[in-house]
Structures are given as structure tokens and as C-alpha cells.
Design a protein around this ligand. Structure first.
Ligand SMILES: CC(C)(COP(=O)(O)OP(=O)(O)OC[C@H]1O[C@@H](n2cnc3c(N)ncnc32)[C@H](O)[C@@H]1OP(=O)(O)O)[C@@H](O)C(=O)NCCC(=O)NCCS
Length: 145
């Protein structure tokens, strides 16, 4: 199966985005706040594959809301979505995850301690209140390949 995808920006209020995040137990509390960008990923044959989001943090970014719909997992789409989302991003990229650290490790993310985070990343709603203290915080340490 080809894992080529196209990203299209969607609003934080998009009902299908909410449903996909809820189904994957990912937070939805702050996705309609200002400043975040969300993208839907569509396959070459027009199927909805998943979503990703970016939250700017004073020159750095929080990668968030990465989800591949259940039926499309384990075909390389997650990797394609992350690569496409970060293609034009400059600055450091961070994320928080409770379950997918091994997935992100395959793309050059490595765990960092909260004490090492830039203040603007630490101040995001995701890191300051929504994600549990036990979440793994990661930083992109090389281009996602
Ligand atoms: C995490 C998620 C996005 C992965 O999507 P996917 O399309 O199944 O992943 P891919 O097929 O692109 O896998 C890419 C690589 O990661 C590995 N991988 C994927 N999921 C993994 C996991 N849970 N643990 C370890 N490795 C994993 C794959 O083996 C693959 O490695 P390879 O390139 O060396 O073969 C998907 O499982 C998901 O939507 N999970 C629920 C939401 C979530 O936890 N999102 C992250 C929080 S922001």
C-alpha cells in the first residue's frame, strides 16, 4: 500500500478531527484555542488517513494531535504525516506523549527532561495542565527521516 499523503489545513473545531482525537484518547480541550494549526492527511486515493497539529511557541513548536485512524495504522502513514507536518518547520520541535514514544523515537525524537524545555513550550496548555506529569516529553534531535 502506498503511504503518500497530502496535508490540508483544518480548523480546530473540525468535527472529524475531534472524533479522531477522542477515539485515540488524545486531548481536545485546547484545540480551538488561537494559534494552533491542524492538518488532515488524505491518501492518494482520497481516503482520510489521520491528523496532526502544530503549536508555535516563541520560535519553537509543539507537535501535537498526531493520529492515524485505526484502520490505517502500521502502514507507514504516521511517519508520512509527521514528516509532511514538519517539512517546512524551522526551530526546535517538542512533543508530549503518554503512549507513542517508541514511534517518535524511530523518527529522531529523543526524551528530554521538563527542566530542559524552553519556557514557551513549558507554558503551553498541553504541558502545563492537560498532559499528565507522567507523559514523555521529546525533542526532535535530527531531521525526521
Ligand atoms: C502513533 C501512531 C500515530 C503511529 O502511526 P502508524 O501509521 O501506525 O505508524 P507507522 O506505520 O508510520 O510507523 C512508523 C514507525 O514507527 C514504528 N511504530 C509505530 N507505532 C509504534 C509503537 N506503538 N511502538 C513502537 N514502534 C512503533 C513502526 O514500526 C515504524 O517503524 P519502521 O519505520 O522502523 O518500520 C498511531 O499508532 C496512532 O494514531 N496512535 C494513537 C494516537 C497517538 O498516540 N498519537 C501520538 C501522540 S501525539
Amino acid at each position: 500500500m502506498s503511504n503518500v499523503i497530502t496535508l490540508r489545513e483544518v480548523a480546530g473545531g473540525d468535527a472529524c478531527l475531534h472524533e479522531a482525537l477522542r477515539a485515540a484518547d488524545l486531548p481536545t480541550d485546547d484545540i480551538e484555542d488561537d494559534g494552533r494549526a491542524f492538518f488532515e492527511a488524505v491518501s492518494g486515493d482520497g481516503q482520510m488517513i489521520g491528523y496532526a497539529g502544530l503549536e508555535p511557541c516563541a520560535g519553537d513548536y509543539l507537535l501535537r494531535s498526531v493520529v492515524v485512524l485505526q484502520a490505517h495504522r502500521c502502514h507507514g502513514f504516521g511517519r508520512s504525516i509527521v514528516e509532511a507536518t514538519l517539512r517546512d518547520v524551522e526551530g526546535d520541535v517538542f512533543l508530549a506523549t503518554t503512549s507513542a514514544a517508541p514511534f517518535f523515537s524511530t523518527m529522531g525524537f529523543a526524551e528530554v527532561r521538563r527542566a530542559e524545555l524552553p519556557a514557551a513550550v513549558l507554558a503551553t496548555r498541553q504541558l502545563s495542565s492537560i498532559c499528565p506529569a507522567s507523559a514523555t516529553i521529546m525533542k526532535l534531535t535530527r531531521p525526521p527521516t
